[in-house]
Design a protein around this ligand. Structure first.
Ligand code: FAD
Ligand code: NAI
Length: 509
């Protein structure tokens, strides 16, 4: 009985200690310590963007070594892997956003943040021109930011390949605003389809949800949308059950080309069971307000153009260069042959420059444009910049010691300084030994709907492919652990519980 009593007391004590720990964590995160301003004379490091690349750099950067300035039109970090879940309300968008201000206030030395778009980089003059494109503007809304070092982490924009009508009539899925628009449009289509005396053909069109692009964005969105229909929409609006339909259109012979063959087959089989239509080898050529024109091969081998009506069109055909990046590439002769982004060397230095680095989707380093790559590139740059600052400090100390050695008259003193110089030189060599960037692929994961996911995981120098409900739990726990903060993790978990218990919210905001 004594043992049980003590076990109970210890459990209570551990519980209290746990609560105190969480409480202290919350207190600390809400009340960060004062930050010193960076010392005058430090180099100005300008970072463009608050996405995966830029934020992972900022996370690991010792900000006291530089005068750090961050410029981005978005004053938050967005956890993109869970963005498709926001289009149906499985997760609320604020649960996957982390304010950049909260994060920067916890850095050792102060970092300046300007909510603005970089409109031009003048490489020769070492100036970034910035513009406040928010709704509220002050007397000054355009200005310049000079830099000594620049990191470009502005990501990419949506590719449309110049196909007419895409920008006017399609919706994208890259930013929070896109997910909100899709969520609203889904409900709008459902409510309009049930409008009194609606024509049957029009009902069919309004309830036809077309997704163009069978990459992971298109597949994950199609899966989420079908889930929404099965678990909620058809229960609250039974009239739409007959006509609600999701179609995924892909130009290549199969979806998810970056996954292994067995997972592609598994995804296509799951979609079939879920009654999602996959139209492969079908290339969209034109978009109007009510239908897309798609080209495919007929049974006789001849090309056919077909009009496919839609109520909602989500366009997910990959990435294109931002104008800012294109303009910078035009200023640097060494970039003239690069097409997909800023060509960088193995240290992520933009080729043809000395003081400009690029990370993430805007850089071309022979890796896929993923969050995983961007995050590793950002962390690599942080380590490199920290080392560079250390070596500058050691070099300055060496100059001072050499001067002191020359002035010293006492032999013993000179020997002592000589030994110190030797030590510092050794340290400098160690610090300067930064290896090139090496990407370590952890695997690819994608949600495919109906509580199933697919995963190609790199494991002990081999590859391991898996798909199904267990993989779905793995997908959930992996993304939960990767969320930016504890706050995000708690919010995402609560959203999952909320949407399971009460269903997703079908009100049209
Ligand atoms: P981003 O994260 O896009 O950030 C770019 C930043 O630059 C933003 O803050 C933006 O506001 C800012 N910016 C833009 N223009 C300017 C300007 N002119 N001046 C200053 N700042 C500017 N990858 C995975 O590995 N796993 C996944 O599960 C996954 N899921 C995804 C789901 C979706 C729906 C999407 C769209 C992408 C997904 N990705 C995933 C890909 C991943 O999100 C990108 O590869 C990653 O965001 C690239 O990081 P980045 O830092 O280059 O760009
Ligand atoms: P993507 O480039 O991976 O796929 C786009 C697809 O659209 C291609 O398969 C292409 O053939 C198709 N396409 C292009 N034009 C077309 C047309 N006119 N008609 C029909 N089909 C057309 O793009 P996505 O999915 O937006 O992904 C972008 C990047 O983000 C990728 O690197 C991807 O790996 C990454 N990502 C990763 C995720 C994950 O790991 N779970 C989730 C989402 C994105």
């Amino acid at each position: 009985r004594t043992f049980a009593k003590w076990t109970w007391r210890l459990t209570k004590l551990a519980g209290l200690a746990g609560l105190a720990w969480v409480g202290y964590g919350i207190y600390e995160s809400r009340n960060p310590a004062d930050q010193p301003e960076p010392e005058a004379g430090k180099k100005t490091l300008v970072i463009l963007g608050t996405g995966w690349g830029a934020v992972s750099l900022l996370k690991k950067l010792d900000t006291e070594n530089y005068n750090v300035i961050v410029v981005s039109p978005r004053n938050y970090f967005l956890f993109t892997p869970l963005l498709p879940s926001c289009t149906t309300g499985t997760i609320e968008h604020r649960s996957i956003m982390e304010p950049i201000r909260n994060f920067l206030r916890h850095k050792k030395a102060a970092v300046k943040f300007y909510e603005a778009e970089a409109t031009k980089i003048d490489y020769e003059k070492k100036i970034v021109y910035i513009n406040d494109d928010s709704d509220i503007k002050g007397d000054i809304s355009s200005t310049e930011v000079p830099f000594d070092m620049l990191v470009v982490g502005v990501g990419a924009e949506n590719a449309t390949f110049g196909i007419p009508g895409v920008r006017e009539h399609g919706l994208f899925l890259k930013e929070v605003g896109d997910a909100q628009m899709i969520r609203k449009r889904i409900m709008d289509c459902c409510e309009t389809a049930t409008f009194k005396d609606q024509d049957p053909e029009e009902i069919k069109r309004l309830l036809h949800m077309v997704v163009v692009g069978g990459g992971p964005t298109g597949v994950e969105f199609a899966g989420e949308l079908q889930d929404f229909f099965h678990s909620d929409l058809k229960k609250w609006i039974p009239e739409i059950t007959e006509n609600f339909h999701v179609t995924l259109v892909e130009a290549l012979p199969n979806v998810l080309p970056m996954f292994s063959k067995q997972l592609i087959d598994y995804t296509e089989k799951t979609f079939k069971e879920e009654t999602i239509t996959i139209r492969t080898k079908t290339m969209v050529k034109k978009v109007t307000d009510k239908y897309i024109e798609a080209e495919s091969m007929g049974p006789d081998g001849k090309k056919i153009i077909e009009k496919i009506p839609f109520g909602l069109l989500v366009w997910a055909t990959g990435n294109a260069l931002r104008p800012l990046v294109k303009d910078l590439m035009m200023q640097i002769p060494a970039q003239k042959d690069s097409r997909r982004g800023l060509a960088v060397n193995e240290y992520l230095v933009v080729k043809g420059t000395e003081n400009v680095w690029a990370v993430g989707d805007c850089a071309v380093a022979n890796y896929a444009p993923t969050a995983q790559v961007a995050a590793q590139e950002g962390a690599f740059l942080a380590r490199m910049f920290n080392q560079m600052a250390k070596s500058t400090e050691i070099e300055q100390q060496l100059v001072q010691l050499s001067e002191a050695q020359e002035k010293a008259t006492d032999k013993e003193k000179r020997n002592q300084i000589f030994a110190e110089i030797k030590d510092l030189q050794k340290r400098l060599r160690r610090v300067k030994q930064v290896g090139p960037f090496e990407y370590s692929h952890q695997g690819s994961l994608a949600y495919i709907g109906s509580e199933k996911a697919v995963a190609d995981i790199s494991w002990l120098s081999g590859n391991f492919a898996t798909g199904g409900t267990l993989t779905y739990f793995f997908w959930r726990s992996a993304y939960l652990s990767m969320c930016f903060s504890t706050r995000n993790r708690i919010l995402v978990m609560l959203d999952w519980v909320k949407s399971k218990a009460f269903g997703r919210d079908v009100s049209r905001e």
